[in-house]
Design a binder for this molecule. Structure first.
Ligand SMILES: Nc1ncnc2c1ncn2[C@@H]1O[C@H](COP(=O)(O)OP(=O)(O)O)[C@@H](O)[C@H]1O
Ligand SMILES: [Mg+2]
Length: 366
């Protein structure tokens, strides 16, 4: 039976009309929805338009999208992507439904695309600038009791002016400040596998901001190695890769790990030595960078460095100084500008290419 048109169609006083924007191109197929590059007809400003998926919803607006909107509306920081507004399409005649979109400020690049583009060569100063901005953004959200829960290079955007914007708050969560004798029970099925910290893989449900810091460690190493450093194909495999690099997961280095739900259920490699420095110094010659990666990729989340301490680390205060990214990035077109460029980069993302840099090992190091 065809849906009846209500006498008074619902009004959405705080929601803009999507016809203010003119779609230019599809720029991303995220996990949860499509993203388009668009232009505001009034201001001529470029925006990114992310479709909010309603498929699973029998009734009403998805609660996950409401959470994302609430978090994004509260966050105001140079290194956090700015939500301009939420818009809707006209109601469909038959279904009586609208499509809803997030409208974000447009960024020309994402870090995954930049890292796969082997023409873009970073100096140590550029790497410092990217990491410092990422840590500034994370320090800000963590201070506001929000954890991102999906830190990875595809969720880190860069404007053509070299400003980094942390994006994709689809899995972000407001967390309760830790209370003695009270355990949180958050889901541990968050964070893309390759960037997932060992505590989540072992089923920890009472976790905190340290889960995002593990992701920063993976990304920091990725800045030199130019592809994700631990590409597991299952939770078990990911834990094996982590143990090969960071040493065996055992109570001597991580007190209390034995009480995590999957500690005895999974087959954890024994007798592995920690080899973070040894493995990475083939690509990363800077000792202060290796120090910071060591502290970020610490197995025990309680001992892992937090955003505040990381951003004050000597790595950022030693020679060479930070170098702004504007000059470097303005030499390259937006990864979304040409359809072909964007397609190539997205393909490379599936099959990362190893840059032809002499100090990189020819075979994968992990
Ligand atoms: N504001 C933006 N400017 C430019 N590109 C963006 C923007 N937001 C998202 N994208 C692109 O779209 C991709 C998917 O967006 P994201 O918000 O991460 O969605 P999902 O939750 O589906 O992963 C990103 O990896 C990035 O390439
Ligand atoms: Mg994403």
């Amino acid at each position: 039976m065809a849906a009846l048109r209500p006498e008074h169609p619902p009004e959405f006083p705080y929601i803009g009309d999507i016809s203010q924007y003119e779609r230019i191109d599809k720029i991303g197929q995220g996990t949860f929805g499509e993203v388009f590059k668009a232009r505001c007809k009034k201001t001529n400003d470029l925006v990114a338009m992310k479709l909010i998926l309603m498929d699973q919803e029998k009734e009403g607006f998805p609660i996950t999208a409401l959470r994302e909107i609430k978090i994004l509306q509260e966050l105001r920081h140079d290194n956090i992507v700015r939500l301009i507004e939420v818009c809707r399409s006209p109601m469909h005649d038959k279904t009586m439904r609208s499509k809803f979109f997030f409208i974000f400020e447009f960024c020309d690049h994402d870090l995954a695309g930049i890292l796969r583009n082997i023409q873009i060569q970073f100096t140590l100063g550029h790497i410092k600038s990217i990491l410092q901005q990422l840590l500034d953004g994370l320090y800000y959200i963590h201070k506001n009791h929000i954890i991102h829960r999906d830190i990875k290079s595809a969720n880190i955007l860069l404007t053509r002016n070299g400003v980094l914007k942390l994006a994709d708050f689809g899995l972000a969560k407001v967390i309760a400040p830790p209370k003695p004798n009270q355990q949180n029970r958050y889901t541990c099925r968050v964070v893309t596998l390759w960037y997932r910290p060992p505590e989540l893989l072992l089923g920890e449900r009472d976790y905190g901001p340290a889960i995002d810091m593990w992701g920063v460690g993976c990304i920091m190493a990725e800045m030199w190695i130019r592809s994700p450093i631990m590409q597991g194909n299952s939770e078990q495999h990911q834990l094996e890769l982590i143990s090969h690099l960071c040493g065996s997961i055992e109570p001597s280095v991580w007190p209390g790990v034995q009480s995590l739900p999957y500690f005895t259920k999974l087959n954890l490699p024994k007798g592995e030595k920690r080899k973070v420095r040894e493995r990475m110094q083939r690509c990363i010659q800077e000792p202060l960078a290796l120090d910071l990666i060591e502290k970020l990729l610490t197995l025990d989340p309680k001992q892992r460095i937090d955003a505040d301490a990381a951003v004050s680390s000597d790595f950022f205060y030693s020679e060479p100084p930070l170098m702004e990214l504007k000059t470097l990035l303005s030499k390259y077109p937006s990864m979304f500008e040409l359809k072909e460029v964007s397609r190539n980069i997205h393909n490379q993302r599936m099959k990362p290419q190893r840059p032809n840099v002499p100090n990189l090992p020819s075979e994968p190091i992990y």
